[in-house]
Design a protein around this ligand. Structure first.
Ligand SMILES: Cc1cc2nc3c(=O)[nH]c(=O)nc-3n(C[C@H](O)[C@H](O)[C@H](O)COP(=O)(O)OP(=O)(O)OC[C@H]3O[C@@H](n4cnc5c(N)ncnc54)[C@H](O)[C@@H]3O)c2cc1C
Length: 565
């Protein structure tokens, strides 16, 4: 059963299975790239396993701008093929998981002296619509300055010549990764978080598996596999180094920061993609009751696990907002949370961070280790197809045959609506069920949207766990999400729950503060933690809260002050 195979309570059983019979494929890295590969390989009939040294999606795949986009910005770099491919991919990502991804209209203001004039914007988005195969109802509109201001009164009036209006798809990157992993596990794959690959095994010079360390216990075990894929995003060169194959092209790390502001303070009605004076472009995106703004793009040489916002990043983004939305008068006090991510780009000599291509590339080492680097959240499925095609070819030499890639037709876990058009009615129906179970309508609807067709399992946990929730001082909806996370989504630490399962650390930090004690109390009992474990997990959550709310002086690891101070 999927829940037994994707539950923190099943760690010992998962480890035993991983250390048992050899696999066809071992994937190292549980971000979107690794998750996509696990699903593709499993769906084609391979016996595949995945290990992740942190929580799933704790790397870059939880730190993006959270857009499944056609990549309009890549048109500027004339990456026509990339725009066409990812544009079509986003339709697939949406159809397979409409509970995770939502189409949103986005304004592209045209400002005097900006990067694009009216004609270039009009033609650019027209070409983008065509390349990306955008559906008729979502094709671009061109707006006059008055029309743009009517839609978005916060825009600067000074120099506004009009706007392009087009559709982007907003997503929850961490939940996208998780729902893909859950589906892969449901179909027979196996995955473990907090399991670090510390070295490779070789047989006659060929990579034949990896040594894995359980990060919680320090225990080590060996996973044997015919093929091994290094899908470790910003860490790919570290693993290539262990394999003795770090040569030729290497990674170029750049950091991207986002800030989060309350919707009352920056009441943006639409997503806006706008020019800033240094020639870059920045997003401002409303989500739930917040607005997030990003991103920066600067060379990065710091800690890959815990990249953070510096004072300079913060001030840059505040200036960007105040340039395009002058009446907002945003200040440092208004910032509630932030996140920083490291882009795993493939180095191109002499190029500025924003100019480096986001294209992906596969490196094959002399030992047979496959490394997939670069890429986008949006193009993860095609990246997986490319890698699994190579694996299938290699395994095929031993007389095995596998089905072709069919992940375009596999709904993610929670996405079994029978088509995206059926989702609104489903959400309505389940929202009413939630109300009957005693939830506020808003909470019931939020759960139905977040968990999609898995929400019935969440509601069943709610119905059967009232006494338990009360005993631990947990709100019923929080209890239901937590119990579901522990049993069906491999939540292993409070941070997993507050950051990657619910997104609350970024988008509702007060909710984290209100619920953290009860959540930790319940997790300690459910996971059998000692007092020492409990304290360690509580401290770790506090460190993540600090990371999101305290700025660094520079990329030095030294805090410089509270974000809102
Ligand atoms: C600021 C920013 C904004 C972005 N915005 C967008 C966007 O809006 N849309 C879009 O399509 N793309 C966007 N991207 C790009 C996208 O987020 C990344 O391309 C993608 O998330 C990379 O995924 P990944 O799985 O390759 O890497 P990761 O998500 O980093 O996953 C790699 C994983 O490997 C694990 N790992 C490392 N070493 C080991 C080991 N030894 N053993 C086990 N596990 C290991 C890490 O812990 C990590 O979780 C953005 C990127 C950034 C930084």
């Amino acid at each position: 059963m999927a829940e037994v195979r994707f539950s923190t309570m099943a760690r010992s059983a998962i480890k035993a299975e991983m250390a048992g019979e050899p696999f066809d494929l071992l994937i190292i890295g549980g971000g979107i790239t690794g998750a996509g590969i696990l699903l593709d390989a499993t769906a084609r009939g391979m016996k595949a396993a995945l290990v992740e040294m942190q929580d799933f999606a704790a790397g870059t795949s939880n730190r993006s701008t959270k857009l499944v986009h056609g990549g309009l910005r890549y048109l500027k770099q004339f990456e026509v093929g990339l725009v066409a491919e990812v544009g079509k991919e986003r339709a697939i990502v949406y159809e397979n998981g409409p509970h995770i991804t939502t189409p949103v209209w986005m304004l592209l203001p045209i400002i005097e002296g900006g990067t694009y004039g009216w004609l270039a914007t009009s033609v650019g988005i027209y070409v983008y619509d065509k390349l990306a195969g955008v559906k008729r109802s979502e094709r671009r509109k061109m707006l006059t300055a008055e029309q743009a201001l009517a839609i978005e009164p916060l825009l600067r009036r000074d120099g506004l010549k009009g706007a392009g209006y087009y559709v982007e798809y907003r997503t929850d990157d961490a939940r996208l990764t998780l729902e893909i992993l859950k589906k892969a596990v449901e179909m027979g794959g196996i995955a473990l978080n907090y399991a670090k690959a510390t070295g490779f095994l070789y047989h006659e010079g060929r990579v034949a598996g990896a040594e894995i360390e359980d990060v919680f216990t320090g225990e080590t075990f060996v996973v044997r596999a015919k093929k091994v894929v290094n899908a470790t995003g910003p860490w790919v060169d570290e693993l290539r180094e262990k394999d003795g194959s770090k040569s030729g092209k290497t990674l170029h790390h750049t950091k991207g920061v986002h800030i989060v502001v309350d919707g009352k303070r920056f009441p943006l009605r639409n997503s806006v993609y706008f020019d800033v004076p240094d020639g870059r472009m920045v997003f401002a995106i409303p989500r739930d009751c917040k607005t997030y703004i990003g991103t920066t793009d600067t060379d990065y040489h710091g800690d890959l696990v815990h990249p953070r916002m510096t004072q300079a990043d913060r001030d840059y983004l505040i200036d960007c907002v105040n340039f395009m939305f002058p009446n907002v008068k945003l200040t440092a006090e208004d910032i509630e949370s932030s996140w920083a991510g490291v882009r795993p780009l493939i180095h191109e000599e002499g190029k500025d961070p924003s100019e480096i291509s986001r294209k992906d590339e596969v490196f094959v080492s002399p030992s047979g280790l496959l490394t997939i680097a670069g890429g986008k959240l949006t193009g993860y499925r095609k990246m997986a197809e490319k890698v699994v095609d190579m694996v299938a070819r290699d395994l095929g030499e031993a007389g095995r045959s596998f089905k072709p890639c069919n992940t375009d037709k596999i709904p993610y876990s929670g996405g079994d609506f029978g088509g995206s058009d059926k989702m609104p009615a489903f959400v309505e129906d389940r929202a009413q069920r939630g109300v009957k179970l005693g939830l506020a309508e808003e909470d019931a609807r939020r759960l139905a949207r977040r968990y999609g067709t898995n929400v019935d399992v969440v509601f069943n946990l709610l119905a059967s766990g009232r006494d338990r929730a009360e005993a631990y001082g947990l709100r019923p909806d929080v209890y239901a999400e937590l119990a579901y996370g522990l049993r069906h989504e491999m939540v292993a630490t409070p941070s997993d729950f507050f950051i990657r399962r619910t997104g609350a650390l970024y988008f509702d930090i007060d909710w984290v503060k209100e619920n953290q004690d009860a959540v930790i109390r319940y997790m300690a009992a459910a996971c059998g933690w000692s007092d020492e474990d409990t304290e360690r997990h509580a401290r770790e959550l506090q460190a993540r809260v600090m990371e999101a709310t305290v700025v660094e002086e520079a990329d030095t690891g030294l805090p410089a002050g509270i974000v809102g101070a």
